[in-house]
Design a protein around this ligand. Sequence first.
Ligand SMILES: *Cc1c(COP(=O)(O)O)cnc(C)c1O
Length: 804
Amino acid sequence: MRDSIEQKLYYQVGKIRIAANNRDWYVATALAVRDRVVDGWHRSTDSTYTHGAKRVYYMSLEFLIGRLLRDNLANLGLNDVVKGALDQLGVDFDAIRQIEPDAALGNGGLGRLAACYLESMSSLAIPAIGYGIRYERGLFRQIVKNGFQQEYPEDWLELGNPWQFERPEISYNIGFGGEVAMVSDSDSETQHVWHPAERVEAVAYDIPIVGWRGRHVNALRLWSARAVDPIRLDAFNQGDHVGALSERARAESISQVLYPSDETPAGQELRLRQEYFFAAASLQDLLRRHLKSFKTVETLHEKAAIQLNDTHPSIAVIELMRILVDDHNVPWQQAWDITRETFCYTNHTLLPEALETWPVPLMERLLPRHMQIIYLLNLMFLDEVKQRFPGDVAMMTSLSLVDETHGRRVRMGNVAFLGSHKVNGVSALHTDLMRKTVFHDFNAMYPDRINNKTNGITFRRWLYQSNPGLTQLVVDAVGPEILDDETLFAKLAPFADDASFQEKFAAVKQDNKAALAKLVRERVGVRLNPHALFDVQIKRIHEYKRQLLNILETIALYNAIRAQPMRDWAPRVKIFAGKAAPSYHRAKLIIKLAHDVARVINSDPTLRDALKVVFLPNYNVSLAEVVIPAADLSEQISTAGMEASGTGNMKFALNGALTIGTLDGANVEMLERVGSDNIFIFGLTAEEVEARRRQTIDSSDFIAKSDVLQEVLTAVENGNFSPDDPGRYRGLIEAIRYHDYFMVAADFDAYYRRQRDVAATWRRPSDWRRSAVLNTAGMGFFSSDRSIREYASDLWNVPTWPKK
Ligand SMILES: *Cc1c(COP(=O)(O)O)cnc(C)c1O
C-alpha cells in the first residue's frame, strides 16, 4: 500500500514526496485505494453478465454522498493498512481525510437515502446502478453573516475527483423540442417520428460504490451535459467569440447546478430539462446494456427493475413508452405492460404542492411526442376508470394525468403511479396517509399497488465509521458478527442494566462530546461545557420541522433560569444546524432568530453554564458524522403528518441519543422498538392536526391559556432579541398567533413539559444511560440493509446476499 501510494503520487499526481502537500497525498491515497475498488468492480460486473442476472436501476435526481475515502477503506477492510502506510510516509491520515470535499449532490433526506441505499445494494450484492446528474455545483455552501444565511457556490470538483471514471465513449444524444411527424408504413400503421429541434450530449461519469467487506461493487453513473457542437467556428472566426460559445453554455447549463429547493418544485424549465436529460440518458444506457445481453426489449421487465426516487425521474415512464413504441415497434399494450412491470415509484411527500406538475404548453414545446403519449395513456386510463366507477366525475378528475383545474398541467405523481406496478411510502404512517390522502382514489382503483418500505440508514457510515468507540463497545459485548447482521443489535438490550457497560457507553459519548466541543470552539468560537446535555436539532430548516418550536422553548427555559438563577439547573446546550432554501424567506428568518437568541443567551452572565445556544454553519454529511455521535438528545419534532419518515431520527438513536419527538414519520416505529419509557413523545397526532386544521388554525385561545408561551411570544414580538430591528419577528409571531398551520402554539405546552421530563431523566444518569443503550439496541430494524432486502424481495424480485 505504501508503494502504491508513492507510485500514484509520482506518476499520477506528478509530484515527488518533498514537494507533495496534503491535497496531493489525498489524491494519491484515493487513487491507490481506487485500484483495489476496481478489482472488485470488474469481478462484480463480470459475474452479473455471466449469470445474466437481473439488474436494479435506482434513478434519483439527488445523491447526498459526503466523503468516500473512509467509507471505501472501511468497507474494503483497509483502514489500518492505509493508516500504517501513511504513517510510514509521515502523512497524517486524518488531515488528508478532511481534504476530501463532500459530494453534496442532494438537498437533504431524500438524497441521503439514495446514498445509503446505493451502499446497501452493494453490500447485499445486488447488481445495481445508481443514475443521476453530475452537477458541477452541489448544494450551496452556507455562510452565516451576522445571523443571516448567505449562499456560496460549492465547488466539489475544484481539485478533481479521484474516485470518478470519465467515460467520454459512453455518451447519448438527448433531444428537446421540435415536432412529431406521422409516417404510414406498408401495413398502413401510423408511425410517429420525433424530430427534436435541439440536441444535447449526455456523457457518463462513474463512481464505484463498494459494499461491506468489498463483497460487491456497483457504479453510480452520473450524466454530464455537453453541447453537440461546442463551438460555432464560423461565428468565432467572424469575431463573435461569445456568441460562438452560446450554444455550449445553454447545453451545459443542464448539469451546472443542483436545485437548492427542498420539498417544493422549482417549477422552472431548466428543472424539466434536467429531469428529461437524465431519464433519457439512463434509459438509453440501460436498454443498450439489456440488448447486448438479451437481444430483445420484450424481456426488459424480467431483467431490469427501475426504482423512481420521487417524481423527479418519472418522465422516464413516458420515455420508455416512446422508445418501445416508436423506436422498437412494440405494440402499445405490450409496451405498456413492459413499462409498468419495469418501474416502481417511491413517494416522499404528501404535500400536494410538492408533487411536481408541468404546464401542458411547456411540455408540448419541450417534449411534444411525450405529451401525445400522455394524452393517449390518459384517454385509455380514464376509459378504464369510467367502467370501474361509472358516473363518478370526481374520481376521473382526481385520477387524470392532466390537471384541468389550475391551468392545464401534467401531474407527474399520477404519471409515476400509473406507470409503476408498485408504489411505496417511506414509513408505516406515511404509507397509511398516502392511501387516505394524495393517492386515495388511485388506491381504490389499484388496491394492491401501494406498499410500505420504511426508510433505513447504512450502519457502516453512521455508526462503524463515524463512531468507532461505540462500535468497539458493541463488538466487545455481542461479538463481531454484529457488523454483518443488524438483527444482533437486539442482543445489546440485556446490557442496558449492566452498570459497567453503562459506564463504558457513557465514556464513549463523553469522548465524542469533547470532540464536538472542540469543533464548536473552532467553528463558532463558543466554549461548551462538555458535561452539559447536548440537545441537537440538525436538518433542513423548514417550518414543518419546527426549529421555531425548539427556539421558543429555548427562550422559555432562558426565562425560567433567569427567574430563579440560583436553582440547580441541569446544564444544557442547544445545538442547531441546517440550510434554508435560498428563496424560503421564513426559514432564513428562523436561522436569524436562532442567532439572535444565541447572542443574548450566550452573553448573559447570570446563566453561567446553565444554557448555551449554538448554530453550526454549513450542515452537511461530514458535519453530521461529528455531531450525531455526540448528541444526548435528538429533536424530531415535526408537525405530525408532515415528515414522511425522517432518517436523522434513526442516526441519532443508533448512536445512543434519546429522542424527543412527535408521532410522525418513522418516530412511530422507533417508539414501537424502543418502548415508551425510552423516548419522549409529545404533541398532537396526525389525526388531531387534521381535525384542528379543519376547525381553526387561530391559536390565540391556546396562547391565552399558557403564561409561558405568552411571555416568550411577547418578548420576541417586542424585539427583545432584535434591538437593532425590533419589528424583525413581528410577522413570524403573528403567524403563530393567528395562522398556526404548523401547530407551534398548539404543541408548545406539551413540548415544554416533555422537555422538563427530559431534564428530570438526565438527572438520573443510570436511567438515562439505560435508555440510551436501549435506543442503540432497538435500531437494528432501521438498517438500510433491511429496507433494501424488502425492496429486493417485494418490488424488484432479485436475490440478496447471502444468496442461496
Ligand atoms: C440524514 C441527513 C438528512 C436528513 O435528516 P432528517 O432529520 O431526516 O431531515 C439531511 N441532511 C444530511 C446531511 C443528513 O445526513
